[in-house]
Design a protein around this ligand. Structure first.
Ligand code: AMP
Ligand code: ZN
Length: 478
């Protein structure tokens, strides 16, 4: 039984799939005009863990994540520049090239973080027809109106618009911004189709029954989730900033068109903070997977760090906390490798696979099963990953459970944690590299810096390096 916190009801609820054993999962994907920062990637790690937990429990998951490659404006008020065209100007490329480049960059980052590839990765620009069809349905049902800059959704036509975010519509009306798009009937109304400007040509634009233009940001997710998962599916995810506008408007569109809420569960992950503020693309504190690699961190140390916090809690990023996560991950790897080295045990502590040992064997088996149960219970309680990690360490430290049992339990747990245990191999440092490192240390002791540098260069040319740590020089594989 998996309980998940549903933003819609503000309660933890047990998930029961709409169709047999299959869970339809839709996750709002990145706007591909720039690199994803570590905050964005926290949201995708959370969604990956959710999917893995569902699969670990025996469900099949149809996981859809879109790429927003048109229509996301710099302001949520339906004004401002299209982020894709902004990216194109910044780099002197076309908006299409920008999309291609940053989709690849995102996929590389996702791979480095062991994020499983979604079942479908549709792009907004590849689903224009579907979006136009949905807008036509909304038009036929009387939910749209036309103003100078596009076709808008009339939110006052729905009796419970804003229920996801529990918006106070009257208060919103009173505080409506002056810069609201001219002609909008209600401050919460939003664009379904925006017209291309009369005096300039957009790079991304399409013909439609209403004229040349491009889709608004929210319609793409309603159209693509319906296309791949149907009018109603199980879970919809995103970061918490999607609650008041993007997801609220997706719900409005789908309810107006199909008469039902698109997803039964709405899950939202909290922000990654840096220096107490939200990590954002406009900030100087814009950290990416590349920043981690440049600073010689394993990207999976960042994955480990995010698992130490519950997805609904804010997580403050510091280099110290990342270093602690890297050191915990290294300990986990080293421990796992030592398990591989040890021959199967046949002693009293030999575990459940060794020859029968009567009552002792039964107790050990119970102990191991108890730990496995606790691990599953933690994850099935709204993805409590900090608790799941604590249970991993409890297993490691247990003196009674055999190495063979620990190894198979760790590999099993890693199906959810995704820390890459199955790929980890012991790296043997060649004797000649060890010798060069020794000579370099000797040269440094004799203050022969030129020789020390020369030796280090030789080591680097062979694909290795030396890191001078507080505990002395350490040979590392590059
Ligand atoms: P975007 O590419 O801007 O559409 O954002 C992609 C995802 O990252 C969305 O689900 C956002 O909610 C999420 N997000 C943006 N900033 C942060 C942050 N600082 N911490 C965590 N998630 C974030
Ligand atoms: Zn979306």
């Amino acid at each position: 039984m998996i309980k998940l916190y549903n933003t819609l009801t503000r309660k933890k609820e047990t998930i029961k799939p709409l169709n047999d054993n299959l869970i339809g999962l839709y996750c709002c994907g990145p706007t591909v005009y720039w690199y994803a920062h570590l905050g964005n990637l926290r949201a995708y790690i959370f969604e990956d863990v959710l999917r893995r937990v569902l699969e670990y429990n025996g469900f099949s998951v149809k996981h859809v994540m879109n790429y927003t490659d048109v229509g996301h404006l710099t302001s949520d008020e339906d004004s401002g520049e299209d982020k894709m065209e902004k990216g194109a100007k910044r780099e002197g490329k076309t908006a299409w090239e920008i999309a291609e480049f940053y989709i690849k960059a995102f996929e590389n980052d996702a791979r480095a973080l062991n994020i499983l590839e979604p079942t479908f990765k549709p792009r907004a620009t590849e689903n224009i027809e579907e979006q136009i069809t949905l807008i036509k349905t909304l038009e036929e049902k009387g939910f749209t109106y036309k103003i100078a800059d596009g076709i808008y959704f009339n939110t006052s036509k729905l009796k419970d618009y804003g229920k996801l975010a529990r918006l106070d519509i009257e208060k919103l009306k009173a505080g409506a911004r002056i810069e609201m798009v001219e002609g909008k009937k209600n401050p919460t109304d939003f664009a379904l189709w925006k017209f291309s400007p009369a005096n300039s040509k957009r790079q991304m634009e399409w013909e439609s029954p209403w004229g040349l233009g491009f889709p608004g940001w929210h319609i793409e997710c309603s159209a693509m989730s319906q296309k791949y998962l149907g009018e109603q599916f199980d879970i919809h995810c995103g970061g918490i900033d999607h609650i008041p506008t993007h997801h609220t408007n997706e719900i409005a569109q789908s309810e107006a068109a199909f008469g039902k809420i698109p997803a039964r569960f709405w899950l939202h992950s909290e922000f990654l903070l840096i220096d107490g503020g939200k990590m954002a693309k406009s900030d100087e504190n814009f950290l990416t997977v590349k920043t981690l690699i440049d600073k010689r961190f394993n990207p999976l140390a960042y994955r480990y760090l995010t698992l130490t916090a519950h997805y609904r809690s804010k997580l403050n990023f510091t280099w110290e906390s990342l270093a602690a996560a890297q050191s915990a991950l290294d300990s986990l790897y080293n421990f796992y490798l030592r398990l591989n080295e040890n021959p199967p045990q046949t002693s009293l502590k030999g575990g459940i696979d060794s020859p029968p040992l009567g009552g002792v064997r039964g107790d050990l088996k119970n102990k191991l099963n108890e730990i496995k149960k606790q691990f599953l219970a933690a994850l099935n309680d709204d993805l409590n990953t900090p608790e799941a990690l604590a249970i991993v360490w409890k297993l490691i430290k247990d003196a009674d459970i055999s190495d063979a049992d620990k190894k198979s339990a760790l590999l099993d747990f890693d199906k959810v944690l995704g820390l890459g245990l199955e790929k980890i191999r012991k790296i043997e440092i060649p004797e000649e590299i060890k010798q060069l490192a020794k000579e370099r240390e000797e040269a440094r002791k004799n203050k022969d810096w030129a020789k020390a540098d020369q030796l280090r260069k030789k080591i680097q040319e062979s694909g290795w390096d030396i890191e001078d740590t507080p505990d002395g020089p350490k040979i590392v594989n590059r």
